[in-house]
Design a binder for this molecule. Structure first.
Ligand code: HPA
Length: 240
């Protein structure tokens, strides 16, 4: 298996058949869904575990990525739910992530912790895979699905949302969208030399960008249908 989709909780009925596989890694066990699409097996990894039960700061990112490596994965598309602080990107819009700002605080962010693993400083000049990005644009265009543009992803520690002052700061620093999960996922993918691309689905305006506060309800509403749509684009893009 060479191709995987991360984040697609609940969209496993897209293929012909699917089954669950448990993968043991040195960081813990990971449950993945293997879905057969046009005769090829594609791996689905729900980032937050079964039933969205793990909060962003406690996700076992290293186990998730090692499990994919163990399966032989070379290409990964990931969906990320994000708030927008860019007035051009409204709830429901789809954006391609092209860089990130890391404001996480307490998560393991590398496989290389010295000792036998050694010390590695991975290159971050191009964290997201250009080929996967281009394939995504291509299939979206073919299907007439609008991609709003590209954006810099700010990763916060969570699980709380940001204050209005924090959002003003992130915006001033060049951020477009905010989420809690893309770091260290993108970094670990780079360390494993896997092609990785993240597509953001805007679920809400960031705190202070709109007069009302963010509610879980807003997030669920704007995401309705979009995750499945993006997942279908991923499948087409992976077969390009
Ligand atoms: N902030 C952080 N993470 C998020 C948001 C947000 O506004 N929306 C969805 N994930």
């Amino acid at each position: 298996m060479e191709k995987a989709i991360i984040g697609g909780t609940g969209v496993y009925d897209i293929g012909e058949e699917s089954y669950i596989k448990n993968i043991d890694t040195e960081y813990g066990q990971v449950e993945v869904y293997i879905v057969k699409i046009k005769g090829e097996e594609i791996v689905f990894l729900p980032r937050h575990g079964k039933g969205h039960s793990v909060p962003p700061h406690l996700i076992n990112y290293r186990a998730n990525m090692k499990a994919l490596e163990k399966l032989g994965i070379k290409y990964i598309y990931a969906t990320v739910a994000v708030g927008s602080m860019n007035e051009n990107y409204a709830p429901g819009d789809i954006v391609v992530i092209n860089d990130f700002l890391d404001f996480t605080k307490s998560r393991p962010i590398t496989f290389y912790e010295g000792g036998n693993e050694g010390v590695i400083h991975s290159d971050m000049s191009d964290p997201y895979c250009t080929n996967l990005r281009e394939n995504f644009y291509k299939v979206a265009k073919e299907k007439n699905i609008e991609i709003k543009g590209e954006g810099v992803y700010v990763c916060t520690e969570g699980p709380r949302f940001e204050t209005a002052a924090e959002i003003r700061m992130y915006k001033a620093l060049g951020g477009d969208v905010v989420g809690m999960t893309n770091v260290p996922e993108v970094i670990l993918a780079k360390e494993l030399k896997v092609c990785y691309s993240a597509i953001g689905i805007i679920s809400n305006w960031c705190t202070g960008i709109e007069p009302t506060g963010i509610t879980v309800h807003d997030i669920a509403g704007a995401m309705e249908g979009k995750k499945e749509l993006v997942t279908k684009l991923f499948i087409d893009a992976l077969q390009t």
